[in-house]
Design a protein. Structure first.
Length: 760
């Protein structure tokens, strides 16, 4: 048998070479990394350096016998390989070298090799055999504490509500017959209303608590019972009741708000039309004032001008109808009018036609329908006139003279609905993640043949990477939406356009995230995830529409992007458009100087885990996209292209900016949230989740960052490595993290499925 001897400088490298040659796939880029490190190592002699370089020849690799000798030395050394160390391989190599040849000089470049090769500690656990100490799977963190931290100050109310929702009427069933499903959801809605939950956001004199955050918390938690109940709850109390509260005045509140909150008056929110969809300003339904009778005549002018996809349409007794208000032959723009739809026996009133939208992909417990109005007359007082009224003399009056500002102010009062939609979608994603993570902590598959018991699929790095970044993002988005709702709740309502833009961007970002996450959860559960009884399939179908209603995401992202360009201080076709772009370009251009190469290639752990780096990266992307978008639009307009056409030419750029802006806003709000946390170790865990989210966000757009020169290839690889490493670090806490979503355990059991007749 051949004998091998090594000098003192060689020993620290043996574990590294043992790892990099273990798969016989050493690439040219990996060879370059190791060669660079060896050349920069001051502790190596000339002979040692040449010997190490010789082991990097792919045509003449270390022979099998020497490779086995390396394994023998490593096992016999008794040195422990700890996955939870900051730099596991480097620290192991240093300790191994000391065990073989005590008193050797340090080799600082080993850490560079580990970082730049993207070596993951859990990928090579098997190579170190009995020397490897597995990461503990027990977590010192408690899901209940995480849930309480996320729901402050509403956690006590949440616990009370959670107990109430254990009532038999809220038992879980998956109904396949839409009529039975709708009746079940209607009864659940009325039960919630009877307990005062529907009126939570209304003033106390109308049965409420003036607590919009509590209402939103309940709204999202209804997703854990049934997405249809969540949506119908939002339509009745948020959209219909909310429109009366936000767009009406005291006489409307006294006449309708209390009954809306108790569900004695069922209503719907009739804004969207078949022909115009998201273009609210272009809707064609009219409300024409007739001075002689002091009435408004509500009318659908064409067959495709009907209200479309209106929730509660088949149960509603009244509708908040958005229409073009015509006074003295002049169109005063879109206003809301209360229109009775049914009499006391539930029959449609004259001039009103309703058609069922029928079966949908999901949410079949919501009675969506189409509504037409044929010369329907209502009193002048039915106009919700907080921002625009018709005087007793029959003339139009508004304290907001600018029609555009009036329109945005009116819609701005309703953005709370978009926040709730985002929170509802996020609740669906968290529900799916809870199911998928719990499944991964029970399901076993494959092993290394030396073990009797198969491995948990949650212990596979690929499974960790597909689920844990989404868990982290769900914590970030939850914190962001909570703080955004707080800002909305505290707004004075005079001009919320900038707030609306932020809400629009986050609604789009979060609902897209929820859609993707539920698909990942389904796949992560294999065939089990495809079974209806396991809920993920139904969740996918229910949450899918969240990307569309309360504003189509493509439209909302453009709205968010346009707000970045003008800050809503100038119209896009105004005379000052060039001035706005020049000012914007000057301000941002100063902040977009060339990135320092040292920063571009900085890869140490402290830097990559620093929230200041994450914030800088997300801010740079948003600013850069804003600046280049402004320049493109300016160039088109200089060539004589009309402003509207110029925006069409840069539409994909707008979408990229909208997403970047929303991602930045979410992370900024999350950082504000972490500043308010205590020094409890659970707070450190939440901050680590923020790190994983931010690095995952940067990694997902690595191509853009590389194109801009913001990061180099070494840093890109290091970020990818750190994402995987963070997932490994968070693996022991996976169960605690999903418990922290606060989902009642009873909601996570398999759900009985009713047949077409509604019977179980």
């Amino acid at each position: 048998m051949q004998t091998y001897s090594y000098s003192q400088g060689i020993y620290p490298y043996l574990p590294v070479f043992y790892v990099i040659w273990s798969d016989d796939l050493l690439s040219a880029s990996e060879i370059a990394v190791v060669k660079k490190a060896i050349a920069a190592d001051p502790g190596l002699s000339h002979e040692e350096r040449n010997r190490l370089l010789g082991w990097l020849d792919r045509d003449s690799p270390p022979d099998a016998e020497e490779f086995r000798h390396w394994n023998h030395l490593i096992v016999r050394s008794g040195v422990t390989y700890r996955e939870d160390a900051d730099y596991p391989l480097s620290e192991f190599a240093a300790a191994f070298a000391e065990s073989q040849a005590p008193g050797g000089s340090p080799h600082p470049v080993l850490r560079d090799i580990e970082v730049n090769l993207g070596i993951q500690p859990n990928h090579y656990r098997h190579l170190f055999g009995q020397n490897a100490v597995p990461v503990a799977v027990a977590s010192e963190f408690q899901g209940e504490v995480l849930a309480e931290m996320g729901l402050r100050p509403h956690y006590p109310d949440y616990l009370t509500c959670r107990e109430f929702l254990q009532a038999p009427v809220f038992e879980q069933h998956l109904e396949r017959d839409k009529e039975a499903h709708r009746q079940r959801v209607l009864q659940q809605l009325k039960r919630l209303a009877a307990e005062g939950y529907g009126a939570l956001a209304y003033p106390p004199e109308y049965g409420g608590k003036n607590d919009m955050p509590a209402y939103a918390t309940l709204f999202e938690n209804l997703m854990f019972i049934d997405g249809s109940l969540c949506v119908k709850f939002g339509v009745q109390f948020g959209l219909f009741g909310g429109s009366i509260q936000k767009l009406g005045t005291k006489r409307h509140w006294e006449a309708y708000l209390k009954d809306a909150g108790t569900a004695k008056l069922l209503g719907c929110f009739a804004m969207t039309e078949t022909r115009h969809g998201s273009n609210v300003r272009g809707i064609r339904t009219t409300a024409t004032y007739v001075k002689e009778s002091d009435e408004l005549v509500v009318h659908t002018p064409g067959p495709d001008d009907n209200k479309e996809y209106i929730g509660n349409a088949l149960h509603a007794q009244m509708a908040t109808v958005f229409a073009q208000l015509i006074v003295d032959g002049e169109n005063q723009g879109v206003h809301a009018v209360l229109v009775p739809m049914r009499d006391g026996s539930g029959e449609l009133l004259p001039g009103i036609r309703v058609e069922d939208n029928g079966y949908k992909m999901g949410l079949n417990g919501v009675d969506n329908g189409k509504i037409w109005f044929n010369q329907v007359r209502v009193p002048r007082g039915n106009l919700l006139d907080r921002y625009g009224s018709i005087t007793e003399s029959g003339s139009y009056h508004s304290d907001i003279k600018n029609p555009n500002k009036r329109f945005f102010t009116m819609l701005g009062t309703l953005v709370g609905g978009r926040i709730c939609v985002a929170r509802g979608a996020l609740a669906g994603a968290r529900f799916g993640l809870s199911i998928a993570v719990r499944y991964a902590l029970r399901r076993r598959q494959f092993n290394d043949a030396a073990r009797v018991q198969e491995d948990l699929i949650m212990d596979y790095p690929s499974h960790q990477v597909r689920l844990l970044p989404a868990v982290a993002s769900s914590y970030v988005y939850q914190a962001a939406l909570t703080r955004l709702l707080k800002s909305y709740d505290g707004a004075d309502g005079t001009d919320t356009r900038q707030l609306e833009a932020g809400v629009a961007g986050l609604k789009a970002l979060v609902t897209e995230f929820a859609d993707r996450t539920l698909q990942e959860c389904r796949e992560a559960c294999g065939g089990k995830g495809y079974l209806l009884e396991n809920r993920i399939g139904q969740l996918k179908n229910d949450v899918d529409i969240f990307t569309t209603f309360e504003g189509d995401n493509t439209v909302l992202l453009q709205l968010a992007a346009k707000s970045r360009l003008t800050d809503f201080r100038a119209e896009f076709n105004s005379d000052d458009f060039f001035g706005v772009l020049r000012l914007l370009g000057t301000q941002i251009g100063k902040r977009l100087s060339a990135i320092n190469p040292a920063y571009t290639n900085k890869t140490d752990r402290e830097h990559l885990y620093n929230p200041a780096f994450h914030l800088h990266a997300l801010t740079y992307r948003t600013d850069r996209l804003t600046y280049t978008l402004a320049l493109r639009i300016r160039d088109y307009i200089k060539k004589g292209v009309p402003a509207y056409q110029a925006f069409l030419k840069v539409q994909t750029h707008l979408l990229a900016l909208g997403r970047a802006y929303a991602a930045l806003l979410a992370f900024e709000l999350f950082l504000e949230h972490t500043e308010d946390l205590s020094d409890d170790p659970h707070a450190d865990l939440i901050r680590k989740l923020g790190t994983l989210h931010a690095l995952s966000e940067i990694r997902a757009d690595a191509a853009w960052y590389l194109e801009q020169g913001y990061i180099g290839k070494r840093k890109s690889k290091a970020i990818r490595s750190r994402v995987e490493r963070l997932c490994t670090e968070l693996r022991p806490h996976a169960r605690a993290l999903v418990d922290g979503f606060g989902i009642p355990p009873t909601r996570l059991s398999e759900v009985p499925i009713a047949d077409q007749s509604g019977s179980l």
